[in-house]
Each structure stands twice: as C-alpha cells, then as structure tokens.
Design a protein around this ligand. Structure first.
Ligand code: ATP
Length: 325
C-alpha cells in the first residue's frame, strides 16, 4: 500500500535534510507518495499566513507528515511556534512526543515520552495591567486526567516492548497539584502493567542521572515542559543534535502523526551543504516504523549508525546511508 506523506521542508537547513531523508526512504524500497507544503518563516514573511485551515483539512487524509525545520531570524519568536508547531499538535491531537536516544559509548539506550498537548504549553494565562509598573503575568499548567493518563499508558506499552522499566519525571515536591495528578495516575496505570518496574525522579535529579548514570533509563514519561528540557539534555549526552530525532504521535491514529529532527533551521549553516541529515533520516525511520514498515525502519536506523565518521557534507552522508541499506 502506498503511504501518502505531507512534506514540510520549511526553512534554513530544513529542506536540505528532508531531501536526504526522502532519498533514503526511496532507497529503502518503501512506496511513498509525497505532497509538498510550503510553510514556515519564509512563507509567513511572503504572505503573512502561518497555517491556513484549508491545509489542516487536507492533512486529515494523509498517513504522516515529515517536517525539516521551521523558523527564520526575521519572524518574531512565537509566531511559527504557536501558529504552526503547537497548532499542529493540538489540532491533530499529537499527544505523545517520542524521542529516542541511543549512544553506545555512554551505554545510552532510552526513550522519552513527553506529553505534548498540555502543561504550560496549553496557553493558559494572561496579563493584567499590561505595561504598567503593577503588571501581572500568569502562566498556568494544564493537566487533565485524560491527557496525563493517555501519555502514561503509551509509555507503559512502550516499556513492555523494551526493557520493561519506566521512570516518571516531575517536580511533585514543588508542584503538588499537577504532581499529585501525575503520581496517582502513574501508580494506578502501573497496576495494569505488573511486569514493568517503575521509578520516579524529580526533574532536577534526572538531569544529573542523565549525565552520570544514563544506563539506568529505559523509558521516561514526563510532562510537556520537563520533557522539552530533558530531551535537549538527552541529545547533548548522546551524540549531539545531529542524531536527535523525534515523533509527534497521534497513537489513536485519528489523523496523521508528524516526524521531525529535534534541531532547528540553523540559519548560520543554511545553503552551505554542511548540515548533518542524520537526525532527519532517523526521524524518517521513526515514521516508517509507525506506518508499519518496520523492516525498512530498522535497516535505515542501522545504516545511520554504521556510516563512516569521516564522511561529511549533507548529500554525501545521505548517499552513504542510502548505499548502506
Ligand atoms: P530553533 O529555535 O529553531 O531550535 P536554534 O537556533 O535554537 O533554533 P538550531 O537551529 O538547531 O537551534 O541551531 C543551533 C546550532 O546547532 C547552530 O549553530 C546550528 O548551526 C547547529 N545545528 C543545528 N542543526 C544542525 C545540523 N543538522 N547539522 C549541523 N549543525 C546543526
């Protein structure tokens, strides 16, 4: 069956790395039909639109979305993040952000399940007496039983297919309400997964363990904000930004899931042909895995870790991985 994939190359190095991802997917023999979408900072600068509803509606018929990176230096912070990336997560109900980390040198092989639609990112809050000396800004964290439970349940199921160890990360000591909801939900769902051993770390402690003893982790589940920060650290201790891939999943498959490298559009190196495409290629492998093309996904991931370190240049790396399949 042909998979229909929406392609959002985006800005900067985004289109460069996605080209290599598609090169490798095609070389794997998986049949894909692609539909291109011109979205991101450049489009916003050209016509002032970020994500038209007509595009969102078209996406509902796709199998997946494959995104490079979005954002240009001239667009104010927040416009693309809220208008495109967060809107996608909310509208397509991409409630799990899954980020795998593997780095043999440091005995690292864990995956982070970050709740992707709630927490401080849900947009709750506001200003009062804006711009005055008495200004007040509030920013709440939204945690629903439904949202927390489905992320935790996904993480337990993932752990069942791995080393059967799940760590919840939060700050239950200073965030007693959200923390309590997370803790109770985690403990309740745990009773359904008796084979999975569980652990809990405060987020600050997890930052230390991730550097000092990362081998203790198999699957981590955490909220949107902690997950955002922890996964940048995960990338830093496991081979760097060039290897960090991610999936924004709608596990119920009521719409397409979205796959993207963790890195941004890197305007400083755009157009130079030196961006590392491995993170994008690994994100493509996650996409194939989610679409049921498990053999191709495994072959691509293996090829990414096997290529010679001496190969440099975006397309040379893509070629080497395609040839290694
Ligand atoms: P964003 O907010 O979109 O994440 P950013 O500027 O914070 O953007 P990146 O765009 O990821 O972050 O760039 C951070 C640094 O990492 C830059 O110096 C960039 O050149 C480098 N970088 C990012 N991605 C890659 C890549 N694929 N290959 C090589 N260098 C990269």
């Amino acid at each position: 069956m042909t998979n229909r994939i929406g392609i959002i190359g985006g800005d900067g190095i985004g289109p460069e790395v996605i080209n290599e991802g598609l090169k490798v997917i095609n070389a794997s023999g998986v049949d894909v039909e692609t539909v291109d979408y011109d979205l991101g900072g450049t489009r916003y600068e050209n016509d002032g639109t970020v994500l038209p509803d007509s595009v969102l509606n078209e996406w509902k018929d796709l199998d997946a979305l494959y995104l490079g990176a979005v954002g240009t230096p001239n667009v104010p912070p927040g416009v693309i993040e809220r208008g495109l990336l967060l809107k996608m997560r909310f509208e397509l109900d991409l409630y799990v952000n899954l980020r795998p980390f593997k780095f043999d040198e440091n005995n690292i092989d864990f995956q982070v399940v970050r709740e992707n639609t709630e927490g401080p990112y849900a947009g709750e809050g506001g200003f009062h007496r804006y711009g005055t000396p008495y200004e007040i800004a509030t920013q709440g964290s939204i945690n629903t039983r439904h949202g927390v439970e489905r992320a935790i349940r996904f993480a337990f199921n993932l752990a069942m297919n791995r080393k059967k160890h799940l760590t919840m990360v939060h700050k239950t000591n200073v965030m007693p309400y959200a923390g309590d909801l997370w803790e109770r939900t985690f403990n309740e769902v745990a009773t359904e997964f008796k084979e999975v051993s569980t652990d809990y770390n405060h987020c600050d402690a997890a930052c230390i363990y991730m550097v000092q003893s990362p081998e203790q982790y198999d699957v981590i589940v955490t909220d949107n904000l902690f997950g955002d920060i922890l996964t940048d650290l995960g990338g830093a201790v496991s081979g760097g930004i060039g290897f960090a891939s991610s999936a924004n999943l709608n596990p119920d498959r009521t719409g397409p899931s979205m796959f993207e490298p963790v890195h941004g559009s890197a305007p400083d190196i755009a157009g130079k042909g030196i961006a590392n495409p491995v993170a994008a290629i690994l994100s493509g492998a996650m996409m194939l895995d989610f679409l049921g093309e498990n053999d191709a996904a495994d072959r691509i991931s293996k090829a990414c870790y096997e290529i010679n370190d001496g190969i440099t240049g975006t397309s040379a790396i893509g070629d080497a991985i395609a040839q290694n399949l």
